[in-house]
Write a protein that binds this ligand. Structure first.
Ligand SMILES: NC(=O)c1ccc[n+]([C@@H]2O[C@H](COP(=O)([O-])OP(=O)(O)OC[C@H]3O[C@@H](n4cnc5c(N)ncnc54)[C@H](OP(=O)(O)O)[C@@H]3O)[C@@H](O)[C@H]2O)c1
Length: 309
């Protein structure tokens, strides 16, 4: 085993698609070695190979499912066993589910809470303790503009991001006498695979509004993190929407968001233009197709489909 305590490492969850993929490129371009976390081993191999070739940094790819409660500790122990010190943690992996709360599947709701809240808190606990002990480190928590908007048809998701924001704001205060910084990133609707995983690709916000570019969102988050800023809302339109949330009553905000989440009359977009996010979707689709024609029982088919979201 080699000890790499003299080189800087960033651990990024959700590293294979969307913002996470863009964060990997930004850190690698600045000379950081990476610990890349996502569920798909195949996709991790593809993306880590690409990063190593392009930037010549070291990459530890970890295929791990943060829907499971034991995964965060497993990641921490694995990273330690490789002698890696994590200087920057990016808690990016997250998912949502579209639909009326009374109709969405309870297990899916609880999985989202596990991924977006419990695993994020656990990873923060493990790595933050070491950062505070070293008096050095940075953490980026990926929340959402929906953290400040009550959001019908995505109630559990929006509430999970409100947790991330409140949690981050509290910890920033607790860390005030240390050299450890924490930053919350609030992106608006962006051109990634998120909407497909959430089953919300028909929504008005996805079909009819200008989606943010994941590369730009990650760049905004990266710069704010490196400056030690508390919070960054990416994009002017989103900054204005965040400001509106401070003045309008919650009932009005919920009404605005309901319109955004309802199905669009016109369906134009079929997938993300962001290449890495499109590649992730193509891989999921190919895995799903390879099961076509197999004699799966309905229950097995549901389990398989859910494992891919
Ligand atoms: N896109 C938006 O409009 C938007 C707006 C605001 C906030 N956000 C937030 O931004 C973050 C990144 O989302 P994105 O838009 O970049 O989505 P994305 O393109 O779907 O990427 C999600 C990444 O997370 C990984 N992931 C998903 N479930 C996981 C699990 N259970 N365990 C481990 N890794 C998992 C995925 O890889 P595998 O599938 O292989 O695991 C992938 O690498 C999320 O926290 C999301 O809530 C997104």
């Amino acid at each position: 085993m080699t000890t790499k305590s003299n080189t800087k490492y960033a651990l990024i969850t959700g590293a294979t698609s969307g913002f996470g993929y863009e964060f990997c490129k930004l850190f690698a371009a600045d000379g950081y070695n990476l610990v890349m976390v996502a569920r798909s081993e195949e996709r991790l191999q593809e993306v880590s190979g690409e990063i190593i070739t392009q930037y010549g940094v070291e990459v530890l790819p970890l295929a791990a499912d943060l829907f499971l409660s034991e995964t965060a500790e497993g990641i921490y122990e694995t990273v330690k066993s490789h002698g890696v010190i994590v200087n920057v943690l990016v808690n990016d992996a997250g998912q949502g589910e579209h639909g009326l709360f009374v109709e969405t599947d309870l297990q899916r709701d609880l999985d989202i809470i596990q991924l977006n809240i419990t695993s994020l808190v656990s990873l923060t606990k493990f790595f933050l303790k070491d950062m505070v002990a070293r008096n050095e480190g940075r953490i980026l928590q990926v929340a959402s503009l929906l953290a400040v908007y009550p959001t019908p048809l995505m109630a559990v998701y929006a509430a999970s991001k409100a947790f991330v924001l409140a949690f981050t704001e509290s910890l920033i205060r607790e860390l005030k006498d240390t050299n450890v910084s924490m930053t919350a990133l609030l992106p608006g609707a962006s051109d990634t695979d998120f909407f497909h995983k959430a089953g919300s690709e028909d929504s008005y916000v996805y079909q009819k509004t200008n989606l943010s570019d994941p590369e730009q969102v990650a760049k905004d988050g990266y710069e704010a993190l490196m400056k030690g800023e508390r919070k960054i809302v990416s994009g002017l339109k989103n900054k204005m929407q965040a400001a509106m949330a401070n003045v309008l009553p919650d009932s009005a905000l919920a009404g605005l968001m309901e319109k955004q989440m309802k199905p669009s009359e016109e369906i134009k977009k079929e997938g993300a233009e962001h290449q890495a996010s499109r590649e992730e979707r193509d891989m999921i689709q190919a895995a799903s197709n390879s099961f076509e024609g197999r004699d799966l029982k309905n229950e097995e088919r549901t389990d398989f489909d859910e494992s891919l979201r």
